[in-house]
Structure formats: C-alpha cells, structure tokens
Unconditional design. Structure first.
Length: 159
C-alpha cells in the first residue's frame, strides 16, 4: 500500500551501515582486533534484528491495510528485539536439526515456521508461541509455503 516507510527504512539501513563502518574504522585504529570484532558482531546483530522487526511490522500492517510510520515500525522492531532474536535462534536450531534428518524434514520445518515472525508481530506472541501459531496456520499448506519460500528466494537472487 504505502511504499514510503519501506523506502525510508532502507535509507536508514544504508546510512546506518555507512556510520557503522566509520565507527569501525575509528575503533580499529585504537582497539585490538578482538574488540572491534565483538563490537561489529553485536552491532550488526542488533541492527539486523531491529530492521528485520521493522520490516515484519510494515508487512503485517500493510497486509491489514493499516498505515504505519517508519518511526512506529522501528519502535516495534526495537521492542521485539529479544523475542525476535530468540525466535530466530530457535527456528534455526529446529530447521538445522530437520536438515540433519535427511534434508526433507528441515525443509518442511522451514515451511511450517515461515509465518512465525508475522504471528509474533500480528498477534503479539512470544517466540515459542509464535512458532506454534505458525505451525497451526501452515498445517495442510506445506506445499504452498514451500512454493512461497522458493519463489522468495528466487526473486531475491535476481536483484
């Protein structure tokens, strides 16, 4: 519906990375490499989670035909940073375990958990509850979810 919040979020993302590399350059001149590495990993992780959360909130609001500002999306992303990080870790562990079981179970788990971030934001759920809700929502629709996941990956690789 309204592309302005997404464009502004992308601009903030780009400006944030420029600022991040400036800070890293200054830090690298005065601090040991280990400190610079830890600061960069933490910063990227926090920034990625906030931006990921903002994008999820924008998508959820757009799907519901609700207006949202970039500021509101980033505030929601910041508010959900810990649950979203926990969700990301738990999902990655579940999918990895499934992949170890001859790949197909991991692909099915990925499809079943694909709506977890949206459920987290849309229904204000925690990490585990959003995973359960995603599994409920995708029950009987694994083929459609796999198609959407592969289409998204294909479209993302074309950019």
């Amino acid at each position: 519906s309204n592309p302005v919040p997404v464009m502004l979020a992308s601009l903030w993302f780009i400006l944030g990375y420029i600022g991040f590399y400036i800070v890293l350059a200054i830090l690298g001149a005065f601090a040991p490499a280990a400190v610079t590495f830890v600061v960069s990993v933490v910063t990227i992780l926090v920034a990625w989670m906030v931006i990921y959360g903002a994008y999820i909130d924008i998508a959820a609001r757009s799907a519901a035909d609700e207006a949202i500002t970039t500021k509101q999306a980033f505030q929601k992303g910041l508010k959900k940073i810990v649950p979203l990080l926990v969700l990301t870790i738990l999902s990655a562990l579940a999918i990895s375990f499934g992949l170890l079981l001859l790949i197909i179970p991991g692909v099915i788990i990925a499809a079943r958990l694909s709506l977890a971030p949206i459920a987290m934001f849309e229904e204000n759920l925690g990490a585990v509850a959003s995973m359960k809700r995603s599994a409920e929502l995708t029950k009987g629709h694994v083929n459609e979810m796999l198609g959407a996941l592969f289409a998204g990956m294909f479209m993302g690789s074309q950019g």
